[in-house]
Write a protein that binds this ligand. Structure first.
Ligand SMILES: CCCCC/C=C/C(=O)SCCNC(=O)CCNC(=O)[C@H](O)C(C)(C)COP(=O)(O)OP(=O)(O)OC[C@H]1O[C@@H](n2cnc3c(N)ncnc32)[C@H](O)[C@@H]1OP(=O)(O)O
Ligand SMILES: NC(=O)C1=CN([C@@H]2O[C@H](COP(=O)(O)OP(=O)(O)OC[C@H]3O[C@@H](n4cnc5c(N)ncnc54)[C@H](OP(=O)(O)O)[C@@H]3O)[C@@H](O)[C@H]2O)C=CC1
Length: 567
């Protein structure tokens, strides 16, 4: 649709702030470029969207586009951007202060930093750009005009109120009221330089900006709009293009054009919806991790809507973390329950299997009357009146025992002097099977144990113990058999059965892996639950600080204890 005269912007250099594709700024840019602008300069905080917009604009028009990343809140950045534009195109004819934005927030939830941020963006940013462009381009260009070309100045100084309000966004309402007044004031002050200053106050416009607002807000905006619809970027661009043109709007200055006669009976924010804050939490925290810039790029309007503020983080991080900690605690509780159930099942099955349901500290594991165990003892004289004991124990029980029992298996040997019928030599030989799963134990040996007696009898016993080894129980050991060993020959004998219980069962930690996991889960549940409660009660940062303090104190206590112990 041709709305404006061809080449309306011919020869004009136009500067538009905020120009990501899909924004109002980009719509204005496209119009002025297609209307023959001699040059276009655009800026924004992020370079990528600018580059994209510049490419598209150059593809759709013949206007050269200059872009530079520049935050309008930073006066130095603005100054250097404007200087760069003047250096590039030699002049600036039209400035569209389009960059801006805010975040929806109820006044009572808005702190002064947030207010300030939006005022800086919309009011101060607008002033920074306006002032720089006026000083570096408009006024010097005016000064170069001939006297005939210069026309008189208007010294009037009208003060006006702002006829509209902005419920739910008091910061931006105030800023834009400031812009409104800035518009009028500068229109008057700078008329002497032939600078015309006008403002456009759009209603709710479908743009990249409002895409990030919650749908409910936009729906409400649509409902309260007299025309029952949202505006388009092109509609805003139309009035901007009109106002920016000397030819079309040469006699208009100091005006703010309201593009929607909104009546604020119902607002786009719902004042009775406290869940607003709660909803914010999940999203903001996600955004907060990547920072506002990431959120700007997000396709998720909610994500962006909630993005950007550290205040948000303060408000929401504890809740998010509390939720995470509660979830972790829940997982731990589930783990602990499963671990305990498995553990109990295993213990029960061991008890039943091995000890007819009774298993306690002090019980013995081996059957006293086993007739199937094989104990083979070989005594061999080494020719020096010393006997060498070789013993081998094969127990079918070994393979029967449940694999989750960690045991140390040991052999014990003691040698009696038969002549004296008293213990001449007493010794215990152990070959612990440390940490090995008993299922794999099928044999144990005592090899080449030198017995220093000429007429020995041998008592060999096996024992199992749980990981906690409670020692050899002499009193329960009965010599299964005794041998007389000829001094010069090698004898061997085999004893079946009659192996007495020789070893206490310690605390039978069956399946220690499960036990450890169950224990860790219980501990985790307690810790995470405490974290979650701490988050809710004292906030995340304070909780982390308290945690660090606790770690420091515990570390100091341990260090002190270690030092004290050493001294
Ligand atoms: C249907 C509704 C009709 C809507 C009509 C209007 C539509 C539009 O205007 S569309 C344009 C939309 N585009 C934007 O809004 C632009 C994007 N916004 C921003 O870039 C930022 O929000 C900002 C520039 C306005 C502020 O950013 P910045 O100065 O970087 O702010 P900080 O992150 O440093 O925060 C400073 C301070 O501000 C408070 N705050 C910031 N964001 C939020 C938030 N999302 N919620 C609550 N409070 C926020 C906060 O107090 C921050 O201080 P700290 O607490 O220390 O962080
Ligand atoms: N859409 C609507 O319904 C309405 C919009 N408006 C105003 O109209 C203008 C354009 O709106 P719209 O196109 O929807 O918004 P968008 O958010 O889509 O675009 C805003 C543009 O401004 C840039 N910008 C924002 N802050 C700064 C800054 N501090 N310095 C430099 N550039 C900045 C952004 O780029 P970057 O993020 O890369 O900096 C972006 O390109 C805004 O000022 C908006 O507040 C007013 C009323 C209604």
């Amino acid at each position: 649709m041709v709305l404006f005269k061809n080449q309306l912007y011919s020869g004009k250099v136009v500067l538009i702030t905020g120009c990501a594709w899909g924004s109002i700024g980009a719509a204005v840019a496209l119009q002025v470029c297609q209307l023959g602008a001699a040059g276009l300069a655009i800026c924004g905080r992020r370079e990528e969207p600018l580059k994209d917009a510049a490419l598209r604009l150059e593809n759709q028009s013949k206007t050269p586009v200059f872009y530079q990343s520049c935050d309008i809140r930073d006066p130095d950045a603005v100054e250097s951007f404007v200087a760069a534009v003047v250096a590039k195109f030699g002049r600036i004819d039209v400035l569209f202060n389009n960059a801006g934005g805010q975040f929806p927030v109820m006044a009572e939830n808005l702190n002064s930093k947030g207010f300030n941020a939006v005022i800086r963006n919309n009011l101060l940013g607008t002033w920074n750009m306006t002032s720089s462009v006026a000083r570096l381009a408009f006024i010097p260009q005016f000064e170069k005009l001939t006297e005939a070309e210069k026309k008189g100045a208007n010294e009037d100084d009208p003060t006006q109120s702002v006829p509209c309000c902005f419920p739910g966004m008091v910061h931006t309402g105030s800023a834009r009221a400031g812009v409104d007044n800035m518009t009028k004031t500068l229109a008057v002050e700078w008329a002497k330089y032939q600078i015309k200053v006008n403002a456009v106050a759009p209603g709710t416009i479908v743009s990249t900006g409002t895409q990030r607002y919650p749908k409910e807000m936009l729906d409400k905006s649509r409902r309260v709009a007299p025309l029952q619809r949202l505006g388009t970027c092109e509609e805003v661009a139309n009035i901007c293009t009109f106002l920016g043109s000397d030819e079309a709007a040469g006699f208009i200055t100091g005006q703010t054009f309201y593009m929607e006669a909104r009546v604020w009976q119902e607002t786009s924010l719902n004042f009775n919806r406290p869940s607003y804050k709660t909803e914010a939490c999940v999203c903001v925290c996600v955004c907060g991790l990547n920072g506002p810039t990431e959120c700007d790029r997000s396709d998720n309007p909610r994500l962006f809507f909630r993005s950007g503020g550290k205040q948000h983080h303060k408000m929401c991080m504890p809740k998010l973390f509390a939720a995470i900690f509660f979830a972790l605690a829940g997982i731990c509780v589930a783990g602990a329950i499963i671990g305990c159930v498995v553990l109990k099942k295993e213990i029960d099955s061991i008890s039943r299997y091995d000890l007819n349901g009774t298993l306690a500290i002090g019980d013995y594991i081996l059957d006293a009357n086993s007739t199937t165990s094989n104990l083979t003892v070989t005594l061999r004289n080494n020719g020096n009146n010393n006997n060498i004991v070789n013993a081998r124990y094969d127990s079918p029980r070994n393979s029967d025992l449940r694999k989750f029992i960690y045991v140390d298996m040991c052999f014990s040997g003691r040698v009696f002097d038969r002549d004296n019928s008293s213990i001449k030599i007493f010794t215990t030989v152990t070959k612990p099977y440390n940490g090995t799963i008993i299922q794999k134990i099928t044999q144990q040996y005592v090899d080449n144990y030198v017995v220093n007696t000429t007429n020995p009898c041998v008592q060999i016993a096996t024992c199992y113990s749980a990981t906690t080894y409670f020692g050899f129980q002499e009193s329960n050991t009965t010599a299964p058999s005794s041998f007389t060993v000829a001094t010069n020959t090698t004898e061997s004998t085999s004893i079946k059965g009659n192996i007495k219980n020789v070893c206490n069962v310690g605390i039978l930690y069956t399946y220690p892996g499960i036990a450890i996991i169950a224990f860790a889960c219980v501990a985790g549940a307690i810790i995470f639950l405490s974290f979650a409660l701490a988050c809710v009660l004292i906030g995340f940062i304070r909780m982390v600080m308290l945690g660090l303090l606790a770690v420091l104190l515990i570390g100091a206590a341990i260090a002190f204890a270690v030092l004290y112990h050493k001294i």
